[in-house]
Design a protein around this ligand. Structure first.
Ligand SMILES: Cc1cc2nc3c(=O)[nH]c(=O)nc-3n(C[C@H](O)[C@H](O)[C@H](O)COP(=O)(O)OP(=O)(O)OC[C@H]3O[C@@H](n4cnc5c(N)ncnc54)[C@H](O)[C@@H]3O)c2cc1C
Length: 489
């Protein structure tokens, strides 16, 4: 589409776009992915050196069924729709979606009453469900605590790897013309007559604010923000691959004023997460762990027994971008035309994101672009090479073609050099040790990178034509080496 909207220039602007999205979490990425199917010039700006670095990179990874949000909220509407969209979306993006199902576990009269409220909500919302007594549920979940007397089964609950959805959506968006600038922090926005100017150099007709914990900072660059974002921390224990020996479904307690409570959550890769807590946190970037872990231990014992803490390999924390309006804030600004808020996207934001993206694109953005066209051809990405899912014959054929696939770098997760090179050499490829870990898992296993990290560092330096001292662990500035080692690493 022609950039006809800019009527006047006071200075030369180098970069001009129809739509600019601030933030490459799940909401920004799925909006970009949808827009990449149309003949519009789209840009994504992300302050970190990778996508999926905010709340999307550290959460429970669940696609909730929609049984829980308060009636009449955007959270409820988008969660229900998003849950139905995920299987198809993951198929399109060629990433994993596991319809694992969930149990909400109640023990005693008070909790059973809360469960009855959830059952009524399932009924009203057409969320499939089944009700069982504790003993029946223990036949499929033997480690359910003995105090559990009644269980609500929610078969449409799913699990995904949230950052994998983002990597895939951004790869595909970029393959189809969306531009992405990493390491690009938006620090100023000016509203001109019919466009915005970002950091004095980028010009855009429409601006979409998907900046998570910083949505209010972005809005304050244009007007006083109608909401304030607070961080709510959630911490987790990560247990090693248990592959169904401890828990087969997601196990929720009955909800409380603090939210959905502390869960046992199998992951797509066979690990188990225990968490999260929900504690207000002053610093929206403080993802340290510690203070909430004792609470998680005591809460999880109310729903689960025989918890294999000796299999614990890691702890982490995520920060929910909570706003003071009690619901998602998704709308065009009431004072500034063409400025769109996608703010306060705390839980169930991951579950809701496909529906949020559809609504924002179809009902808010596209009415502003008369005559836009759907692209005639659309390019799909090649999925990451997952040797774990290959037969021995397929592995042998791959190694025959490229011996790098026969050289194991991560012994815990059995990841080859070929797989690591593949995730680096992509349009939205890994640029840090964490970026490699999130894409193909070296460092996710029992040794937590103790053996493979130096090797991954060397591969990154070679593939990116960087000095080893330039390679970062995660964020810019987190360089692993301060100087070249005397001996080869
Ligand atoms: C502990 C926890 C558990 C959760 N569990 C679930 C769950 O199981 N299911 C579920 O549905 N939801 C869950 N959620 C919620 C879900 O993770 C979030 O709703 C979702 O990830 C929000 O995505 P987002 O893209 O809006 O924001 P983010 O993922 O936070 O992305 C915002 C991006 O904007 C970038 N940015 C910020 N400021 C700037 C700037 N000035 N310039 C450029 N870029 C900028 C950030 O770097 C970041 O990458 C959980 C959240 C947490 C924290």
């Amino acid at each position: 589409m022609m950039m006809s909207f800019i009527k006047s220039f006071h200075f030369i602007i180098k970069l001009m776009f129809d739509i600019t999205i601030i933030g490459a979490g799940i909401t920004g990425s799925l909006i970009a992915h949808r827009l990449s199917k149309l003949d519009l010039k789209v840009l994504v700006l992300e302050k970190e050196n990778d996508v999926a670095e905010g709340a999307t990179g550290a959460n429970s990874a669940m696609v909730h069924s929609g049984h829980d949000p308060k009636p009449g909220t955007l959270k409820c509407r988008y969660n229900l729709l998003g849950n139905r969209m995920y299987p198809e979306l993951c198929k399109e993006l060629q990433v994993s979606y596991v319809p694992i199902g969930a149990y909400v576990a109640a023990g005693g009269e008070e909790e059973e009453e809360k469960l009855d409220q959830l059952i009524a909500q399932c009924e009203e919302r057409n969320v499939p469900y089944e009700v069982m007594d504790g003993d029946t549920a223990r036949k499929t979940e033997p480690n359910l605590a003995d105090r559990i007397t009644k269980v609500l089964s929610l078969p449409t609950t799913g699990i995904v790897t949230p950052w994998e959805v983002v990597f895939a959506a951004m790869e595909e968006a970029m393959l189809n013309g969306v531009e992405v600038k990493l390491n690009y922090e938006v620090s100023s926005i000016e509203k001109k007559e019919d466009h915005f100017v970002i950091n004095d150099e980028i010009c855009t007709k429409v601006l979409i604010n998907c900046a998570g914990a910083h949505c209010d900072d972005i809005t304050n660059m244009l007007r006083e923000s109608p909401y304030k974002v607070f961080a709510r921390k959630g911490e987790y224990f990560v247990l090693d691959h248990l592959n169904g020996t401890f828990v087969n479904h997601v196990i929720y307690p009955t909800p409380s004023a603090k939210g959905k409570g502390v869960l046992a959550i199998p992951t797509v890769h066979g690990n188990v997460l225990l968490g999260p807590n929900s504690d207000d946190c002053e610093d929206v970037e403080d993802d340290s762990t510690g203070s909430g872990l004792d609470y998680i231990r005591s809460e999880i014992s109310k729903t689960m027994k025989n918890i294999p803490y000796h299999k614990m390999i890691h702890t982490f924390a995520g920060l929910r971008p909570h706003i003071d309006l009690k619901d998602f804030y998704i709308q065009e600004d009431d004072l500034i035309e063409n400025f769109i808020h996608v703010a306060g996207i705390e839980s169930p934001g991951l579950s809701a994101a496909p529906a949020i993206a559809k609504d924002v694109v179809e009902n808010i953005v596209l009415p502003k672009f008369e005559g836009y066209k759907v692209k005639e051809t659309y390019n799909h990405r090649k999925p990451f090479i997952n040797m774990d899912k290959m037969s021995d014959e397929e592995k042998s054929a791959l190694i025959e073609k490229d011996p790098d696939f026969g050289r194991i770098i991560c012994r815990c997760e059995k990841i080859s050099m070929g797989q690591i090179k593949d995730v680096i050499n992509r349009n939205c490829g890994a640029r840090s040790i964490k970026g490699v870990k999130m894409r193909c898992r070296p460092g996710m296993g029992r040794c937590q990178g103790g053996f493979c990290e130096p090797e991954v560092l060397k591969i990154l330096a070679k593939e990116l034509h960087e000095e080893k001292t330039e390679v970062c662990l995660d964020r810019p500035g987190s360089n692993v080496l301060v100087a070249e080692a005397k001996e080869e690493l």
